[in-house]
Design a protein around this ligand. Sequence first.
Ligand code: NDP
Ligand SMILES: O=C1O[C@H](COP(=O)(O)O)[C@@H](O)[C@H](O)[C@H]1O
Length: 491
Amino acid sequence: MVSRVIPVDPFDLVVFGATGDLANRKILPGLYRRFFSGQIPEGARIIGAARTEMDTAAFRAHARAAIDEHVGAGKRNAAQIEAFLNILEYVPIDAMGEGGWNELKALVRPQMINAFYFSVAPALFGPLAERLHAFGIATSQARIVVEKPFGRDLASAKVLNTTLAEHFDETQIYRIDHYLGKETVQNLMAVRFANILFEPLWNAQFVDHVQITVAETVGVGGRGSYYDKSGAMRDMVQNHLMQLLCLIAMEPPYHFDPDAVRDEKLKVIRALQPVSAADIVRGQYLAHRSDDGKGHQPGYLEDAENPDSRTESYIALRVHVANWRWKGTPFYLRTGKRLRARTSEIAITFKEPPHSIFDEADETWRENVLVIRLQPNEGMNLKMMIKEPGPGGMRLVQVPLDMSFAEALGEDGADIPDAYERLIMDVIRGNQTLFMRGDEVEAAWAWTDPIIEGWTARGDRPQGYDAGSSGPEDALMLMHRDGRRWREIRE
Ligand SMILES: NC(=O)C1=CN([C@@H]2O[C@H](COP(=O)(O)OP(=O)(O)OC[C@H]3O[C@@H](n4cnc5c(N)ncnc54)[C@H](OP(=O)(O)O)[C@@H]3O)[C@@H](O)[C@H]2O)C=CC1
Ligand SMILES: O=C1O[C@H](COP(=O)(O)O)[C@@H](O)[C@H](O)[C@H]1O
């Protein structure tokens, strides 16, 4: 099966922060891959902007290096790279200054789709928005793309929303949460709402509990100064895990339409109950020394360059959604750095059948579990009970119905676009479904703030955990005391 790539309309995309890490690793390589796939039409232009003084030729050389480093060999075609580089321009601009804006205005063609990607520190979002207007560059049709973090609490998120709203309508603002651009995350909606199979069981009457895991093997080295002011709760739970929870818990939207989907997600966030201290476990990864004593892998405190840090590199929470559908079904969330494996998944564990007709079922019975693997090896696994083969009576055994998207979809499944590629194309198409609305972000902070304030006021210290483990011991207890177990973290 080969999917049709439909080119978008011609556009001018300005990337502020075009020399930064995100542009190098994700935005420029992603745009090249879309160009390679045929989705970027003739006449489109990508304009890089940052303070660094350089001309377009130097920027093209910079983009070539980014493509060489971050695009797989199968898609690195010399002629295509050349053609892609030819649509790039560069303008040196200081977001806080007055120089360069007239040059940018001369390049941006207002009759085309205009998008401005703010891939810079959040403190520059306001100055950029203000100048795009002051210099008459952004029309009322222009779109802006803003990166995370969108604030560090409710108050700062409100200030950011207000600042952007001074210059742009909500329909022009695309707040990125790259998890929403992941193929399998979108598949959650397809699985739930394009199949009759699951929806009748998708509620507290049939679902025992839900586990959402985003485990990483990387530490915070290199980003320690940002991360230490953030921690796993702000960096991952307030946005990515919250979005996953919303897609699992929300009611069916009346249509796959930006506001219909976002209205339903917002209702879930507003229904989240406050989380008590007993339902939170925070951890910090410890330094690791190899058995021969030679290798030393720094612990969190060293990576964060803050020996007294109380910031968590791991968090597990038990969360309740207070509505009719989910009353009594806990959602267990966990995410952390330097864990045993890089794996993100959602596991929905169903309840026991109301009555067993099998004599020996008690010993062997296991719950039905639907596991949606977000990464790596995207796919689904449904654990079911069947009869153990053989003549020895009716004994039950649990088996997986396993499906990997790569295998099921052939070429298409193996060639999944990166989240940033998809999201940027959605911006050009003017589709906000996979972007967070202002009220959604504020509601997410309104739930997050008291949790962080709680542990700050109590002076809680995160518990140490071994690098390469599944996280702190107390996180196991969070589930054990409910008579449940975390799924194993493994690739
Ligand atoms: N890197 C990542 O993996 C991720 C990043 N993000 C977010 O994306 C944004 C960018 O991050 P990242 O690329 O890592 O940051 P970097 O620090 O690597 O890059 C910052 C970019 O902004 C430019 N810049 C800095 N100051 C100014 C200024 N006054 N005017 C114009 N341009 C300026 C820099 O270029 P110059 O110095 O030449 O001006 C550079 O191009 C941040 O909001 C970050 O939180 C979000 C998720 C992941
Ligand atoms: O936004 C972030 O996400 C990454 C994890 O993203 P993934 O696509 O690799 O799963 C995380 O490492 C980073 O700390 C966080 O800021």
